[in-house]
Design a protein around this ligand. Sequence first.
Ligand SMILES: Cc1cc2nc3c(=O)[nH]c(=O)nc-3n(C[C@H](O)[C@H](O)[C@H](O)COP(=O)(O)OP(=O)(O)OC[C@H]3O[C@@H](n4cnc5c(N)ncnc54)[C@H](O)[C@@H]3O)c2cc1C
Length: 490
Amino acid sequence: MKKYDVIIIGSGLGGLECGYILSRKGYRVCILEKNPQIGGCLQTFRRGNISFDTGFHYVGGLEEGQSLYPLFRYFGLTDLPWRKMDENCFAEIVLDGKSYCFASGHERFADAMSSYFPHQRRQIAAYTAFLKKVGDNIMNSFFPERRNEFTASSLYERSAYAFLQESIDDPLLRNVLSGASLTMEPNAEQLPLYVFAQINNSFIQSAWRLKGGGSLIADKLVESIRHMGGDVLTHAEVMRLTEHNGLITSVRCKNGEEFSGTYVISSIHPSLTLSLIPDSRQIRKIYRKRIDDLANSYGIFTTHLQLKANTVPYLNRNIYIFRGRTPWDYACYRAGEKTTAALVGFQLPCESAYTSNIDILTPMHWQEVAPWAEAKDESYRAFKMRKAEECIALASEKLPGLKAHIDRIYTSTPLTYRDYTGTKEGSAYGVRKDYRHLMYTLLTPQTPIPNLLLTGQNIGFHGILGVSMTSFFTCAQIVGMKSLLKELET
Ligand SMILES: Cc1cc2nc3c(=O)[nH]c(=O)nc-3n(C[C@H](O)[C@H](O)[C@H](O)COP(=O)(O)OP(=O)(O)OC[C@H]3O[C@@H](n4cnc5c(N)ncnc54)[C@H](O)[C@@H]3O)c2cc1C
């Protein structure tokens, strides 16, 4: 049996970042990934010479002094070929045919919004200042000695929807401000304010695409981990954890290989983690039931369009399109309803002024694909094609003639994610956080087994920024909060 200081299950962003932090701290780590490709949601796939992203399209806050910058500087990721998105319009929100631009920078954002809603200028300024305050303080809330009144539970136990109702009078403006929320499942009854504010703030700070796709992030982290003496193994699906005297003593993979570590960190869904130790003495039935019962966010249906060469000019912004519904409605659409919301993202070209491919993302609940969970047949393919046609029709509102420029169409559904990343119910953002039941839905890294820790999007926050913050929080349980904070700040 191979021995390490830390065994990490899963090589998505959460697993790799924990591997990086602990390797840098001198721990010998081994990351076990079930797939042939590392990266989880950061994976890309190639068709011909075109590369398609899967669970990564853009990040926010990558300039010095902003939310993601110190974390990505620590991980050595700021030198990747990032390209800033249009400062005057990194996100175009299209509500029933009318466009509103999100501009980068808090002042520019407030000015742009006020040009559409001059009567709401004061409320827009207050809203923007509030988002900034959340962004400036959210990381501190992880560290007890840095907590303040603002980051206390009042921020966590507030509803995003109610906050908008209370702070913005104009209902249309409320919908515009919520227009980029496909990235967080905008459910009026559950979405906590901290999720809404933290994500929107980071994109308002500055928005960035990556030339070459999300797999560059994973590749760079793996290279650094290996350079520091760690191992990253693919084709290593963890099937079983063995518990002895209240601790995890070994990790067994599908191919029979066994590993041991002083600590085990799992970046996969907590319920799937517990299923790896069915006979644990430490995990009580009630804890297992609580974790198994957690609801998960919706999944995403993506229509990946390969375009004919030099037909569609590259657009340095994302377009969020809504038809006949508000951003707050589409988290609760019913299976079989027509597609009324989509995020259209463009692949950053290397040299050309034209893009080679476009992704159209729309929410999709697990129930919609559940009939094919065991076996996919012709009806599944027909379902995907029907959905893709709807997405293309929606995107054509802003990109007239798009259909004529399509060379090939590829699709992915929550079933694809269930199969590739093992995510429960193909959920895009993991465990659904609920401001009414925060104690239950905002998990901490600790488990009843002292040397088994959790990380990744199911724990604190989702998205690239959220998972990165959570990675620090998880590793702080091993190396201590103070030393990590110090390194982060130098
Ligand atoms: C369609 C889509 C678009 C998105 N776009 C963006 C975006 O533009 N910007 C942004 O900030 N966020 C985006 N996100 C969210 C972001 O990608 C995720 O929050 C983040 O990457 C999750 O990382 P993770 O490490 O928690 O999980 P994952 O990436 O799911 O990693 C888990 C890993 O564990 C592996 N695994 C599972 N079971 C086992 C096992 N038994 N043994 C070994 N390995 C196992 C999986 O194969 C996977 O590699 C998007 C998500 C989706 C789905």
